[in-house]
Write a protein that binds this ligand. Structure first.
Ligand code: FAD
Length: 388
């Protein structure tokens, strides 16, 4: 079958690219091996899809070249996506830190994309396995549903996280096959695992959540930190996982808005146990374990000034060295991907192979938590759709 454009991957970036390309009068087929389109959109944002963030800026992304994403993000902004939602009468709500979510659920966005594709005659082929891709003038794409021939080929196969939803390394393998470099890949926005020592100390705290500031590699994130049986999760930890490298230490401020030493000084003559003083601000169960691990809890007046200063310092600088991450099974995204040096930032076309485009998470552009990854998918899909 001859088409102008074949897109592999019917996720966020692939569908937006298909819509834009079809609007230019191109005949477009989207091939996906999954049973449904937009599997990750469906589960994103806990089923309500945190589809963008009104504070989108290149600084919210991690990439070997931070400037690469600027052009596409400027070309199709969060406001452009909001306009699309409003045209489809999809209601949304703003939550903390500029995050926008669907009022009802993420299916509304999936249906909107399907509807746009249908109106524009985009052909979507699901349960379609691609067995071979060659370039002999046009691209020849062999699948178990026939062979496609196209002038442009767009790879929108996403990252490696959540393999049960259809994620594969197809895009990375294909890029390598055509001689394009891939930056190192790792799971990100992912829970971290306790070291064996900390596992013994803290695994029983599973379910506790603490508002904290977590720092790693020069980045600081404020938010909840959630104790799980194998380690730590919650927004502040997930954000840090984007910058954390194996062997590195996280520094956690357990009382981000308070001066612990000042609290102790105010109570320095008190008979009150340290635990009890702090239980106004931190969960009692956590304090018991934490003091058992690092210092003795006794009536405040029995501490020396140096001891109080040490405890205060530790509460603001609790150091944790995770053993690793919970991996792609639990990661929201993959850090790394097709090296941005290989692509034009204006068109997202491979410099070495005209006609071949990459969009979305398969590229080495990874957003922080809060709608940035879907915005990158929309912006990059839109951009490539203007040329493919
Ligand atoms: C649990 C979870 C929650 C998330 N929540 C949010 C959120 O609220 N906000 C946010 O901004 N981001 C969120 N993300 C991240 C966001 O979903 C992704 O970054 C985004 O969907 C990437 O879009 P994409 O088009 O690049 O890839 P995807 O949406 O992953 O689409 C890739 C498509 O390619 C197909 N495919 C893969 N391999 C092949 C192959 N070999 N042959 C054919 N087809 C193939 C897949 O089936 C899939 O349909 C979340 C991710 C997860 C896992």
């Amino acid at each position: 079958m001859k088409r102008d454009v074949v897109i592999i991957g019917a996720g966020a970036s692939g569908l937006l690219c298909a819509i834009e390309s079809a609007k230019r009068g191109r005949s477009v087929s989207v091939l996906d091996h999954a049973e449904r389109v937009g599997n990750k959109i469906r589960i994103s944002g806990g089923g309500r899809c945190n589809f963008t963030n009104i504070h989108v800026s290149y600084e919210e992304y991690a990439s070997q070249n931070l400037h690469f994403c600027k052009s596409a993000l400027a070309r199709f902004t969060s406001h452009d996506f909001i306009t699309l939602l409003e045209q489809h009468r999809i209601k949304y709500v703003e939550k903390e830190n500029g995050q926008l979510f669907c009022n009802k659920n993420s299916l509304e966005i999936v249906h909107m994309l399907e509807k746009e594709c249908s109106v524009l005659d985009v052909q979507i082929r699901l349960r379609c396995r691609v067995s071979d891709i060659r370039k002999t003038g046009p691209f020849i794409i062999a699948t178990d549903q026939g062979t496609y021939q196209s002038e442009s080929l767009v790879i929108a196969t996403g990252g490696l996280s959540f393999p049960e939803l259809g994620a594969t390394g197809f895009g990375h393998r294909l890029a390598k096959h055509f001689g394009l470099k891939i930056t190192p890949l790792k799971p990100a926005l992912v829970p971290l695992l306790w070291s064996p020592q900390d596992l013994k100390l803290f695994s029983e705290l599973s379910g506790i959540s603490i508002d904290s500031t977590v720092s790693c590699n020069g980045k600081r994130f404020r938010g909840n930190m959630l104790f799980t049986h194998p380690g730590l999760s919650g927004p502040a930890i997930l954000q840090c996982s984007l910058y954390w490298k194996r062997g590195e230490t996280l520094v956690i401020d357990l009382l981000p808005e308070r001066d612990a030493y000042e609290l102790f000084v105010k109570a320095k003559d008190s008979k009150m146990e340290m635990h009890n003083r702090l239980s106004e601000f931190l969960p009692r169960r956590f304090l018991q374990k934490w003091f058992a691990a690092y210092c003795q809890s006794k009536p405040i007046r029995q501490y020396t000034v140096k001891e109080l200063k040490d405890i205060a310092y530790r509460l603001h600088h609790w150091e944790i060295t995770p053993k690793g991450t919970e991996g792609y099974r639990k990661a929201e995204v993959t850090l790394g991907g097709v090296d941005t040096d290989e692509l034009s930032s204006k068109t997202l076309e491979a410099k070495k192979l005209p006609g071949l485009y990459f969009v979305g998470e398969v590229i080495d552009v990874t957003g922080q938590l809060g709608g940035y990854n879907l915005q990158w998918a929309w912006s990059s899909g839109y951009t490539a759709g203007q040329y493919a």
